[in-house]
Ligand binder design. Structure first.
Ligand SMILES: NC(=O)c1ccc[n+]([C@@H]2O[C@H](COP(=O)([O-])OP(=O)(O)OC[C@H]3O[C@@H](n4cnc5c(N)ncnc54)[C@H](OP(=O)(O)O)[C@@H]3O)[C@@H](O)[C@H]2O)c1
Length: 330
């Protein structure tokens, strides 16, 4: 089969698009014929040698996939041949990745793809949607009628946070790096989209929620806590999920005096059961059209190296050339 893989960690050019043996599903694994995969910033950190855990060799890059069950291992009971499925959390914690024509995935990570939902949509919502759901509902316990602020409403996670907040009956204010991105944020349901390059975000948040927002979701790798804490209402919840090396100052007094709480979210440590809870709501919202994929680029799988380069330029280089996910198709 064709796959995008690395023999050594390093720059995007280390990604080889070539032939690897098709995996055989063992135990409760399922062989998925991949129709679409999506790229995430974490894929680029791992490929670059972040060294969070030992990688299989060769290592197929990628966490997300959607496709059709081709074969099932002897102990697989949850799916059958021909089922359409999606998954995330592959290529992580030592597992093999998804950027290939076929993947063997333990069935505990597989979710059914609703009939009306495309493989590209399911793959593009996978990791970012599970992350947003865990943070908003398991951790920040967002309620209908509350309000949410998130940076980057057309970003991978930001676009999910905006849409899930709205689907849950909350109000959402977000940012975009240009007018086109702000317009897209509104299409995704944001009540307010602020151009952070030309407008004063703090003023816009104050106008949107004079007593502060209930949940602030930070997607940036260098959070400005003075700013974020000032956005929070009494009993507000601040969600963090990026910036492993960030060590910014923190305004202790303004935070605790409002009775706020801080939540760190890491998708890949959620259990399969926790992810299934997220996936059930995501599937319902995708089928109802309330959760759309924010796809910025669609490429053939053979372009995996170029896709990594583009993602890295945006995540680390802040070039702003991408609006959302890169989806690749074998
Ligand atoms: N902990 C976890 O489980 C987890 C899960 C997923 C992702 N992450 C991490 O979360 C981060 C975001 O991931 P992602 O997939 O959402 O990335 P992404 O798709 O690249 O989105 C990043 C967003 O940040 C916005 N942005 C950049 N600089 C900004 C600034 N100065 N002010 C306002 N907005 C700004 C961009 O907006 P514009 O395009 O409008 O400039 C873009 O929408 C990454 O570091 C990723 O590794 C962590």
């Amino acid at each position: 089969m064709k796959a995008a893989y690395i023999e050594e960690t390093g720059p995007p050019e280390n990604i080889i698009y070539g032939d690897l043996p098709q995996p055989t599903p063992h135990g409760s694994e399922v062989l998925v014929k991949v129709a679409a995969v999506a790229l995430n910033p974490v894929d680029t950190y791992i490929r670059n040698g972040a060294n969070y855990w030992e990688l299989p060799k060769p290592f197929v890059v990628g966490c997300d996939l959607a496709g059709t069950v081709e074969a099932v291992g002897p102990d697989a009971v949850r799916v059958k041949v021909g089922d359409r499925v999606w998954a995330t959390n592959q290529g992580l914690m030592g597992r093999q990745g998804t950027f290939a024509e076929y993947c063997a995935v333990d069935e505990c990570w597989l979710h059914p793809t609703p009939e009306s939902v495309s493989d590209a949509t399911a793959a593009a919502c996978a990791l970012v949607g599970i992350t947003a759901h865990l943070g908003l509902f398991r951790d920040a316990k967002l309620q209908a009628g509350e309000s949410v602020f998130v940076h980057g409403g057309t970003g991978g996670v930001g676009s999910m946070v905006v849409q899930m907040a709205k689907a849950a009956g909350a109000r959402a204010i977000t940012t975009g790096g240009n007018e086109e991105k702000c317009a897209r944020c509104k299409e995704l349901g944001a009540d307010v989209a602020v151009n952070y390059k030309t407008q004063d975000v703090a003023e816009a948040v104050k106008a949107f929620a004079p007593a502060g927002v209930n949940v602030v979701w930070e997607t940036l790798r260098e959070p400005d806590f003075d700013q974020l804490v000032s956005y929070l209402a009494e009993r507000g919840r601040l969600v963090l999920m990026a910036g492993r090396d960030a060590r910014p100052p923190f305004p202790v007094g303004p935070f605790y005096v409002k009775g706020c709480s801080l939540h760190g979210v890491v998708m890949f440590k959620a259990s399969p059961e926790e992810m299934r809870t997220c996936a059930q709501n995501m599937n319902r919202w995708m089928a109802e059209g309330k959760l759309q994929a924010q796809i910025g680029q669609t490429l053939p799988l053979s372009e995996a190296a170029a896709a990594h380069r583009m993602q890295e330029e945006n995540t680390l280089g802040n070039t702003g050339t991408l609006a959302g996910k890169i989806v690749l198709q074998p």
